[in-house]
Design a protein around this ligand. Structure first.
Ligand code: NAD
Length: 475
């Protein structure tokens, strides 16, 4: 743990192994820290807030510029660490580091981002101004699937805005967070501004209930996001809680088939399907369905499954053996429910490797209401649903409980407009497989994909990490 600038060994007797998902080899143990230790971290953050919130904004920005440079210098090391603890391919990990660095770059613009507004004459000789101030101690709770990018959605901007942070990284990928914090310290971040407490639900509950925590940023699965939102709000905190997803990609009859197949394969099977912006369902509209399924299956069959550290690997392992087993159960359920199993990734599961590998899996003739359509599987399992019209395809996508993203493949302007106007999801792609916004735009899921008001990143992120003060003045 990092408490008030000191690297501290947890006194907890409980710990979890952290295996390399590609080999099963235990590379670390993560402490399941206690509520008392969490309390120490919050106290350290509260103490540091008094000074940090008063540091001039350009000075805070300068530390972020230095941090950005250190992250760029250690790009390869960080990517390797992501692959080691998460399993995703080195190329994917390298891309993730870029996404993290972009967040730091956005946060370094904080002098402009924190500017207020001013109206010199709301009445004769009376002026009014709005100022932005930090809110205090922010609790950040993150998932396993992006060990760098998701924490970087949170702590750089929170800190840039003058807050202090207690970060609780995923207990399944705890290593990178420590390295990120070490480098921030090297960049000149004062002690206590960023604290790390490892662990699981005890630490999370400690953050949600702690009276000295002003706000909670959470990213993770839907049930936990809902729980975090309700509990933190009940304790009077500002909350943003990003949950799970089930993203639909609609392929229109006029689509560029080659492009659509390439983008869908990347979006469905990249990072082993463990992405909140993954393509989980393809909706094939009209006559193209047979050809599309055939081409998707052919492309997926040719993907290289293996250790993410090996050159040429496209599809690494899933995060844990239990997740692999759960995915196999979903595949069995899909078969039971009557979907057509076109490509069966379970063969890789039986391949004798010690890691948690699954090959790409594709179902055709999936339908609304099936478990495999309904649930977020979060693994390399893609379903194809067939629709006759665009209206029907959009209606299907909108019937999902989730509403993170959605894509359309077409060059027809009217279809694109109809998609944009009627898709009930917050992040849309047009001929793009993973329409994840860059750090200067908000990451804006709806429905069960997001609980709260202000999204992560962009101006929403700045508004979330600041509070406004209005002054009406007569001189
Ligand atoms: P998870 O919900 O299991 O864990 C997320 C965090 O919550 C972890 O830090 C974990 O320790 C904590 N946690 C887990 N169970 C808890 C409980 N019962 N009480 C309190 N805290 C608990 O999620 P995960 O499996 O690590 O991550 C994958 C999920 O995250 C997927 O559902 C994915 O869609 C989602 N995700 C969403 C976004 C988004 O932007 N919407 C981005 C990335 C990941």
């Amino acid at each position: 743990m990092l408490l008030g600038g000191q690297w501290t060994v947890s006194a907890s007797e409980l710990s979890d192994p952290v295996p390399n998902p590609a080999t099963g080899e235990v590379v670390a143990r993560v402490p399941l820290s206690t509520k008392d230790e969490l309390d120490q971290a919050v106290r350290a953050a509260s103490k540091a807030f008094k000074e940090w919130s008063k540091v001039a904004v350009p000075k805070r920005a300068r530390i972020l510029f230095k941090y950005q440079q250190l992250l760029v210098d250690r790009w390869d090391e960080l990517a390797k660490l992501i692959t080691l603890e998460n399993g995703k391919s080195y190329a994917e990990a390298y891309g993730e580091v870029q996404r993290g660095i972009e967040c730091v770059e956005f946060a370094a613009g904080v002098p402009t981002l924190m500017m207020g507004n001013h109206l010199p004459d709301i009445a004769t000789n009376i002026e009014s101004a709005m100022y932005h101030y930090p809110i205090g101690v922010v609790g950040c709770i993150t998932p396993f699937n992006f060990p760098m990018m998701v924490p970087c959605w949170m702590f750089p901007l929170a800190v840039a805005c003058g807050n202090t942070v207690v970060l609780k990284p995923s207990e399944r990928t705890p290593l990178l967070a420590n390295r990120l914090a070490e480098l921030f310290g090297e960049a000149g971040l004062p002690d206590g501004v960023l604290n790390i407490v490892h662990g699981a639900h005890d630490v999370v509950n400690g953050l949600l209930e702690h009276p000295a925590v002003a706000a909670i940023s959470f990213v993770g699965s839907q049930p936990v996001a809902e729980y975090v939102y309700r509990t933190a709000a009940a304790h009077g905190k500002r909350v943003q809680a990003l949950g799970g997803a089930k993203n639909h990609s609609i392929v229109m009859p006029d689509a560029d088939m080659e492009l659509a197949v390439k983008e869908i394969i990347g979006a469905a099977f990249g990072s082993a399907g463990e992405r909140c912006m993954a393509c989980a369902v393809v909706v094939a509209v009209g006559s193209i369905a047979d050809e599309l399924v055939e081409k998707l299956a052919e492309a997926a069959r040719n993907l290289t499954v293996g250790d993410g550290r090996d050159k040429g690997t496209f599809l690494g392992p899933v995060i844990r053996e239990a997740h692999k087993k759960r995915t196999v159960q979903y595949i069995e359920e899909g078969v039971r429910e009557g979907a057509t199993l076109v490509l069966d990734g379970r063969a890789h599961a039986a391949g004798g490797q010690s890691g948690y590998f699954l090959g790409p899996t594709i179902f055709d003739h999936a339908r609304k209401g099936m478990t495999i359509w309904n649930d977020e599987i979060f693994a390399p399992v893609l379903q194809v649903v067939r629709a006759v019209t665009l209206e029907e395809a959009i209606e299907l996508a909108n019937a999902s409980d989730f509403a993170n993203g959605g894509c359309i493949y077409t060059y027809d302007a009217r279809s694109i407009r109809q998609f944009r106007e009627t898709m009930d999801a917050g992040m849309l792609g047009v001929n793009v497989g993973v329409p994840a916004p860059m750090a200067f735009f908000p990451f804006s899921g709806y429905k069960k994909s997001f609980y709260g008001d202000l999204h992560a990143n962009g101006k929403d992120g700045v508004a979330f990490y600041t509070r406004k003060k209005m002054v009406v003045a007569r001189y």
